[in-house]
Write a protein of this length. Structure first.
Length: 94
């Protein structure tokens, strides 16, 4: 049985194109774009790379994304997440 190598980049591009197309079909006007908020607590180099990749992926798909770098306690983080959950302009939180 021959071995076939799956290249992730072309697959990712195809998925992103499908997501972008779906988002465009769902939009009513220019202001009606999905919004992703990425939360980071503390500072970590590996996390910064991850956040950057998620921001780029969101932009590529037509999703508004913002990164919030937080230095807070667990209770403050929970409160902040609850606040974001109440915001109708925020559709997803990482």
């Amino acid at each position: 049985m021959p071995i076939h190598m799956l290249e992730g980049t072309p697959v990712a591009k195809k998925v992103r194109a499908q997501v972008r197309e779906t988002i465009e079909k769902m939009r009513v006007d220019e202001k009606d774009r999905p919004c992703l908020v990425i939360l980071s607590v503390g500072k970590d180099t590996a996390s910064e790379v991850y956040v950057r990749s998620k921001m780029n992926a969101a932009l590529d798909c037509g999703i508004v994304a913002s990164h919030r770098q937080l230095y807070c306690t667990q209770d403050e983080l929970i409160s902040y997440i609850a606040h974001l959950n109440e915001d109708p302009g925020v559709h997803a939180i990482i």
